[in-house]
Design a protein around this ligand. Structure first.
Ligand code: C2E
Ligand code: MG
Ligand code: MG
Ligand code: MG
Length: 292
């Protein structure tokens, strides 16, 4: 079986490879060694305030630079990492690395930027999460307001009372909470109102449908209105076209992330891209030379 290089430059495994038991065992063994061998990388995707084209922060996205398989996307190993519990030490590394990088960016003068780190359900329900976050911020001398944790709607709503307890503690530390992939779960509005979140991220699936004027446009409009009424920042992720950006703007959504505005990229490329960016027109040309 061959690997094909996708449009992101990842090597996507054929599904037969993913389900092949021998291959899975090999991947699990490799995963166990990947931290020691320093094979994980974080790419950063800029998040824009679109009316003025300013960057407000970045989402840290995990990649695995495998010695023989090339750059592996999270979809090909996060589930295995969760199943084996390896997501806990990997997630600790992600948090520390993202904070270390944001400390550097803050020192370079970008003090209003926040770094967003994705948490899997396993990490989210880990008893040590609060202490881990505190210790990681302290180790990197990063103020809590510079960190945002992204939890998917389905993770947050799985056990609502437990989630509330965890999120209240995190929010009490001064950290921002984002509800990721919003619209795909079944949130009770009453619970949503109680969550100490500051941000809702509209799931990419709804955004991709927008240009065709499909049914999803009314869902997106409703989510934006809902977010506003709950005083949450609403972020559209996966914005790929000017039409999508314009439509979202017309609905009052002014925070966006997507290939149109900037692809996920290594930290050194990120700064270069941002420094040649200011007005939103220029952002488009930056995205053309994005890498991942
Ligand atoms: P997510 O948190 O919803 O991240 C957004 C995904 O959409 C990312 O995929 C990003 O590269 C992709 N994306 C951004 N803009 C566009 C666009 O315009 N078009 C398209 N087609 N895609 C876009 P990625 O990096 O492959 O990550 C996939 C998922 O893996 C993430 O979804 C998140 O759930 C998970 N993940 C990534 N990094 C981590 C991590 O450090 N820890 C954990 N637990 N999960 C992670
Ligand atoms: Mg996310
Ligand atoms: Mg998402
Ligand atoms: Mg997602």
């Amino acid at each position: 079986h061959t690997k094909s290089t996708g449009r992101n430059g990842y090597h996507f495994f054929e599904s037969s490879m993913n389900t092949n038991a021998h291959n899975q065992l090999q991947v699990i063994q490799d995963l166990r060694l990947a931290l020691e061998r320093k094979e994980f990388r974080l790419h950063y995707q800029p998040k824009f305030n679109t009316p003025d084209g300013t960057v407000i922060g970045a989402e840290a996205l995990l990649r695995w630079q495998h010695p023989t398989r090339g750059m592996i996307a999270p979809i090909d190993f996060i589930a295995l990492a969760e199943k084996t519990g390896l997501i806990v030490p990997i997630g600790e590394w992600v948090l520390d690395e993202a904070c270390r990088q944001m400390r550097i960016w803050h020192d370079e003068g970008n003090r209003h930027w926040k770094v967003a780190v994705n948490l899997s359900a396993v990490q989210f329900s880990n008893d040590d999460l609060i202490e881990l976050v505190k210790a990681t911020l302290a180790r990197n001398s990063l103020p809590p307001y510079a960190l945002m944790l992204e939890v998917t709607e389905s993770t947050a709503m799985h056990d609502v009372e437990a989630s509330l307890a965890i999120l209240d503690q995190l929010s009490g530390l001064g950290i921002d909470i984002s509800i990721d992939d919003f619209g795909t779960g079944y949130s009770s509005l009453l619970y949503l109102k109680r969550l100490p979140a500051t941000e809702l991220k509209i799931d990419r699936g709804f955004i991709s449908d927008l240009a065709q004027g499909g049914d999803d446009s009314s869902i997106v409009a409703a989510i934006i209105a809902l977010g506003r009424s709950l005083n949450l920042r609403v972020v559209a992720e996966g914005v790929e076209t000017n039409e999508q950006q314009e439509y979202l703007t017309s609905l009052g959504c002014d925070t966006m992330q997507g290939y149109l505005l900037g692809r996920p990229m290594a930290a050194d490329q990120f700064i270069e891209a941002i420094h040649t960016t200011a007005p939103i027109e220029k952002v488009h040309s930056v995205s053309a030379k994005g890498t991942s």
